[in-house]
Design a protein around this ligand. Structure first.
Ligand code: DGI
Ligand code: FE
Ligand code: FE
Length: 196
């Protein structure tokens, strides 16, 4: 499938706030770099990257309302933390507004916040690029994960999930079941030693 990246960028520039647009461009280019490293389709990676936060401009009530309108199922945790819905809703808009037909791109957008077990290379690339793109605020561990992403994809995914879970736990936030199952899957996969 052919996509017009300039047109998609223009669409995102129109609907997103400037900082969110800069982030989306950063994710697009980071996706491209990782796709080169891991022999992934460059176009798919960039399309997923530029569109991944396409539903982020709606506030939480509006995200709930739009998911209900389009019959996108909402879990209990998502109802508590509606910002978790912007992945699924973004995938819906990628398909309906931006004519993305590749299921793998749509899935990478849908799961970019939580990750999931057994991600495809494209899904892992989008998940990581969202975390490491150049304009992300420098949080503890980010410098290391930026390097690790280009060395060991699964270990980088595991480390990102580990850091995210620690962050959510320390802020007493409800953890989505998909985030948990993703973490447990990648923990098993890399056989990493937990340091908490
Ligand atoms: O949309 P972005 O800001 O670019 O990034 P994102 O879609 O990865 O969302 C980031 C936030 O999502 C970050 O604060 C961590 C949070 N998050 C990830 N997994 C979970 C979660 N929040 C909750 N409550 N539960 C989760 O399982
Ligand atoms: Fe996001
Ligand atoms: Fe993002």
């Amino acid at each position: 499938m052919e996509y017009d990246l300039l047109e998609l960028q223009e669409k995102m520039r129109e609907i997103l706030k400037p900082k969110r647009y800069l982030h989306s461009l950063g994710v697009q280019y980071t996706c491209a770099a990782l796709a080169m490293r891991y022999d992934c389709n460059l176009m798919s990676a960039q399309v997923a990257g530029i569109l991944h936060d396409a539903a982020k401009n709606y506030d939480e009530d509006e995200q709930i309302r739009r998911c209900e309108k389009h019959q996108i199922p909402i879990t209990k945790v998502e109802r508590e933390q509606p910002y978790l819905l912007h992945g699924k809703l973004g995938a819906y808009y990628a398909k309906t507004k931006y004519h993305v037909t590749d299921e793998e791109i749509l899935s990478a957008i849908a799961y970019h916040t939580t990750g999931k077990p057994k991600m495809t290379i494209l899904e892992k690339i989008v998940f990581l690029s969202d975390y490491i793109e150049p304009s992300r605020k420098l949080i503890p561990g980010l410098v290391e994960i930026r390097k690790l992403a280009f060395e060991d994809l699964d270990l980088a995914v595991y480390t990102t999930l580990h850091n995210t879970l620690n962050y959510l736990k320390s802020n007493e936030q409800t953890i989505d079941n998909t985030t948990y199952t993703a973490y447990n899957y990648y923990k098993e996969l890399v056989g990493a030693q937990l340091k908490d």
